[in-house]
Design a protein around this ligand. Structure first.
Ligand code: CU
Length: 157
């Protein structure tokens, strides 16, 4: 008999914990760090075709190859809006080399090489640039960076 009470008590406690967890999950829905962190610097970047190949430009300005240099400070939460103003698929990523096989740094990508933005589409990413250095931003769609779709991305110490 005593064990039945113990089981019932445990079930009550477990149920209470579960309900508590459910209510907390409803009050505090899961959010990525990027969404909760407030951006400290923001860039709107256009990507698309140029006369010979592909390029980037700050929003509303002419695209160029290479694109304009993006400079941030170490620890900045960087918000990038990529607008695909081109006629083919494009994406954005900060990488150590201007090569579409280079790894993506800081979880900085808008789209991927395999799942890029379609013409006219926009995408947003926010990420913390937490390591000083001279990097690149590229279009990770295979073959685009070598056709000029890159720019320098500097994280100043
Ligand atoms: Cu591209």
């Amino acid at each position: 008999m005593r064990s039945t009470y113990a089981v019932a008590l445990l079930a009550l406690i477990a149920g209470g914990i579960w309900l508590e967890w459910i209510s907390l999950a409803l009050i505090f829905p899961a959010q990525s760090q990027a969404q909760t962190a407030i951006p400290t610097i923001e860039f709107v970047v256009d990507g698309g075709e140029v006369a010979k190949g592909f390029g980037f430009g700050f929003d509303g300005q002419n695209l160029s190859s290479p694109g304009p240099t993006i400079t941030v400070k170490t620890g900045d939460v960087v918000k990038i809006t990529l607008k695909n103003v081109g006629a083919t698929a494009h994406a954005f990523a900060v990488t150590p080399e201007k090569d579409d096989k280079s790894p993506i740094l800081f979880k900085s990508n808008v789209g991927t090489g395999a799942r890029p933005l379609t013409p006219g589409q926009e995408g947003i990413v926010a990420f913390k640039a937490d390591k000083a250095g001279s990097y690149y931003y590229i279009c990770p769609v295979p073959g685009h960076s070598i056709l000029g779709m890159w720019g320098e991305f500097k994280v100043e110490g």
